[in-house]
Design a protein around this ligand. Structure first.
Ligand code: NAD
Length: 454
C-alpha cells in the first residue's frame, strides 16, 4: 500500500503523519459498510442521534488541547486561532446534536383523503471533500449536519491535513455505529474521484478549479452537490470611517494565518483621497510573523512549497507591472513570508482579479462610494464584501448592492457564525448554503406522502 505524508509547514522535516492511501476498492468497501451503518443510525431516531453527537462533542472537548496542538503543527495555524477553531468544532457538534429534534416537514391540508404531509429523509452516504485551512471546523460543519440528518459520512481530507482528519475520526467515530464516519486518505485524482463516483450527495470546499470539476461529475451522476470555493474579498473604506480601527480590522482580515482563508480580505478600496495607507501599513507591520505555537504570533508559514511559489510568482507579476510595495517584499525564510501591501495595480491586473492564497492585499482608490461598490463587484468571485464607515444610510445602500453571500459592516471579512447560512455568489459557490439550519436541508430530501381512507 502506498502512503502519503503530511509535513509541518514551520518545520518541513517534521512528518506529522504518514498514512496509507486507500485504493479504489477500499473506498467502495468503505461506502458499502457506511451504507449498512446508515440504516442502523437512521433507526436510532432523533434522540439516539442527538445523544451520540453530544457524546462526540464531549469527547472532542476533553481532547481540545491535543487537537489545538495538532492544528498548529500540521497546518501552521497560529495557536490562538487554532484554539478558537477547536472550540467552534465542539459548539458545531452540540448545535447539530440539538438540531436532530428540529421539525422535519409540514402537515398540509389534503385535497382528497385524510392526510398530506412532507418529511425530510437522509440521502444515504454523503461524500465530503475538504481543504486543509480549517482542518477541524470545515469537516465538522459538513459532517455534523449530515449525521444529524441521518446520513453516513465518508470524508476525503486534503493531503496537507490528514492527521487532523484522522484525529477527528479517532475521537468521534467510537460514539457512532461502526463505519458511519470514515476518513478516506488519498489524493484528489484517485480517492477524490472514487468518492465522487460512490457518494449519494457531495459537499466540497476548496479551490474554484477543483470545485467546478466536482460539480460537473455530480451533475452527470444526478446527485446533489454543493461547492464552496475561492474568494477575492474587497473591503471598502468610506471617507467617514474611523481609519485607525478600520486599519486594524483589515490588517487582521487580510494577514492573520498568512491570509490563507477563503474569507480573507484581498482588495482594499479606499474612497476619496484620505491617507488610509499610513495607519494600514502600521497595522500590518505590527503583526508578528513566526512560530505559530507562539501566542503572540498572528502570521505563520504558508502551507507548502507550491503555495510559496504561487506567492512569489504573484509578487513578480506585480513588480513587472509597476506595482508599488507599500510594505513586505522581503526574501522568504523557509515557508515564512512577510505580509505584502501593494498599490498602483490596475483593477484588471491578474493580481486584482485572481485569488492568491497568501498574505497579500492590493490597495485601490475609488472616487465615490458607488464606484467603490462597482469595483468590489467587478470580479468573478462573490464571497464576502466588507464596508467600513459611519453613515448608516450609506452603509445600508452599499450593503444592498454587494454581489456576495456575506456582507460585513465595520467587521472583518473573515470569521463566520456557524449557526447562520454560509456561502457565496458567482464563482465562489455552487448549490445550497452550508451551516445553520440551511445545511440540514442540503443533507436531506423531501418526500411528500398522501394518506387516503378506503
Ligand atoms: P484544493 O481545491 O486544492 O483541494 C481541496 C480538496 O479537493 C482536497 O481534499 C483535494 O485533495 C481535493 N481534490 C483535488 N483534486 C480533486 C479531484 N480531481 N477530485 C476530487 N477531489 C479533488 O484546495 P485547498 O488548497 O485544499 O484549499 C484552498 C482553497 O480552498 C482556496 O481556493 C480557498 O479559497 C478555498 N476555501 C474555500 C472556503 C469556502 O468556504 N468558500 C473555505 C476554505 C477554503
Amino acid at each position: 500500500m502506498s502512503t502519503i505524508e503530511s509535513r509541518s509547514p514551520q518545520n518541513p522535516d517534521d512528518i506529522v503523519v504518514s498514512a496509507g492511501r486507500m485504493s479504489a476498492g477500499e473506498v467502495e468497501a468503505t461506502f458499502a459498510r457506511a451504507r449498512e451503518a446508515q440504516r442502523q443510525w437512521w433507526a436510532l431516531g432523533a434522540a439516539g442521534r442527538a445523544l451520540a453527537l453530544n457524546a462526540a462533542a464531549d469527547a472532542l472537548e476533553q481532547r481540545a488541547a491535543e487537537a489545538t496542538d495538532l492544528v498548529v503543527r500540521e497546518v501552521g495555524k497560529p495557536v490562538s486561532e487554532a484554539k478558537g477553531e477547536v472550540a467552534r468544532g465542539v459548539a458545531i457538534l452540540r448545535y447539530y446534536a440539538q438540531a436532530s429534534f428540529a421539525p422535519k416537514g409540514d402537515v398540509l391540508p389534503p385535497s382528497a383523503g385524510v392526510m398530506l404531509w412532507n418529511e425530510r429523509r437522509p440521502h444515504g452516504v454523503v461524500g465530503l471533500i475538504t481543504p486543509w485551512n480549517f482542518p477541524v471546523a470545515i469537516p465538522l460543519w459538513k459532517a455534523a449536519p449530515a449525521l444529524s440528518a441521518g446520513n453516513a459520512v465518508v470524508m476525503k481530507p486534503s493531503q496537507d491535513a490528514i492527521a487532523c482528519a484522522l484525529f477527528l475520526q479517532e475521537v468521534i467515530a467510537p460514539h457512532l455505529p461502526a463505519g458511519l464516519f470514515r476518513v478516506a486518505v488519498g489524493g484528489g485524482a484517485d480517492v477524490g474521484n472514487a468518492l465522487t463516483a460512490n457518494a449519494d450527495c457531495i459537499s466540497f470546499t476548496g479551490s474554484t478549479k477543483v470545485g467546478r470539476q466536482i460539480v460537473m461529475t455530480a451533475a452527470a451522476r444526478n446527485v446533489p452537490v454543493q461547492a464552496e470555493m475561492g474568494g477575492l474579498n474587497a473591503a471598502i473604506v468610506l471617507e467617514d470611517a474611523d481609519y485607525e480601527k478600520t486599519a486594524a480590522i483589515i490588517a487582521g482580515a487580510a494577514m492573520w494565518f498568512a491570509g490563507q482563508k477563503c474569507t480573507a480580505t484581498s482588495r482594499v478600496i479606499v474612497v476619496g483621497d484620505g491617507d488610509f495607507e499610513t495607519p494600514f501599513i502600521k497595522a500590518v507591520e505590527s503583526l508578528k510573523v513566526g512560530d505559530p505555537a507562539d501566542a503572540a504570533v498572528t502570521v505563520g508559514p504558508l502551507i507548502n512549497r507550491a503555495s510559496l511559489l504561487d506567492f512569489q510568482a504573484a509578487l513578480d507579476s506585480a513588480r513587472a507591472s509597476g506595482g508599488r510595495f507599500l510594505t513586505g517584499d522581503d526574501p522568504a525564510q523557509g515557508l515564512f513570508v512577510k505580509p505584502v501591501v501593494l498599490a498602483g495595480l490596475a483593477v484588471d491586473h491578474p493580481l486584482s482579479c485572481n485569488e492568491v492564497f497568501g498574505p497579500i492585499v492590493t490597495v485601490h482608490r475609488a472616487a465615490t462610494p458607488q464606484d467603490a461598490i462597482e469595483m468590489a463587484n467587478a470580479v468573478e468571485y462573490g464571497l464576502v464584501t466588507g464596508i467600513h464607515g459611519r453613515d448608516m444610510n450609506q452603509l445600508m445602500s452599499l450593503a444592498a448592492q454587494a454581489h456576495s453571500g456575506l456582507v460585513k459592516i465595520n467587521a472583518s471579512t473573515s470569521g463566520v457564525d456557524f449557526y447562520a447560512p454560509f456561502g457565496g455568489e458567482k464563482m465562489s459557490s455552487y448549490g445550497m448554503r452550508e451551516q445553520g439550519l440551511a445545511a440540514l436541508e442540503f443533507y436531506s430530501r423531501t418526500t411528500t406522502v398522501t394518506l387516503a381512507q378506503h
